[in-house]
Design a binder for this molecule. Sequence first.
Ligand code: NAP
Length: 319
Amino acid sequence: MSIYKSIVIGTGPAGLTAAIYLARAGLAPLVIEGIQPGGQLTTTTEVENFPGFPEGIQGPELMDQMRKQAERFGAEFRSGWVTGVDFARQPRIITLEGGETLQTETVILSTGASARYLGIPGEQENVGRGVSTCATCDGFFFRGKKLLVVGGGDSAMEEASFLTRFATQVTIVHRRDELRASKIMQDRARSNGKIAWALNRTPVAVETDELGRVKGLRVLNNVSGQEELLEADGLFVAIGHTPNTAFLGGAVEIDSHGYIVVQPGTTKTNVQGVFACGDVQDTRYRQAITAAGSGCMAAMDCEKYLEGSMVHDWSETLN
Ligand code: NAP
């Protein structure tokens, strides 16, 4: 069985940028694409904040271009669902669904994070058409409109504050009367005159008008026990993200929220030769451009590691 120099798991902007850099360095990486090739950007429509595209670019097209760029320099792609890893041995072992195993000297983890959705009727049908999980990506499209933000954590406060730049009014909808967000973020939102509050409301369904446009969110008023329609032109769901790290089974250090821990200022995990980039290790920025930047960092960290690594006796077990 061949031993790869590097395997990249995940094909969002982080993984594809890592692949471009590794391929250009002559390391012929294998890139494993999961069930959502291209990652979260393929669920957005127009991307207007990725530098280099003054007229904007469709998310899927941007990802397709990155993939072609990686292929041009010799990155190999294959579809597969990684079910497990063994980082206690060298070479590192990656197991795919079906039982096939791959061996590699280094691994770049770029499996991203998935925005959590409410799971209510009308929600998925309207993603990208009035329902969004990313204010930075889609807020601009709601200039002069009324918006709802669901959630009571820091993300909801931050998204709501950001959206007041565009919207005439932003109502934060939260299922309890107590917010989870930090005091400073709450205070900031409370002092913003454009933010209104709908506390003690549990989302029931996203409603649309006869033309199929989002017209509001049906909620259950937990105090009165009655259902109400909160009218709005758009809905931002900000109830957290789930980093895609379950398949690692504790093989690298993860934090209490499930994100991979990297050494500050690098992409190094606590396992030698295993690097992490993009949203799977980023609780803060979560942007395509920051993911791409960290993908570049991971490839450079990986190259450096391979240059310095004298480990070619595969019978040895090291960490
Ligand atoms: P979070 O803190 O887990 O908050 C999620 C919110 O969504 C909670 O208020 C929760 O309600 C609500 N929620 C969850 N599932 C729901 C459902 N099915 N229906 C209705 N509401 C639901 O997530 P987050 O706000 O994304 O923050 C994640 C981490 O990132 C936190 O550590 C946060 O501090 C950090 N963060 C920091 C910043 C910053 O410092 N600038 C910005 C964003 C995020 P309950 O409260 O009732 O559980």
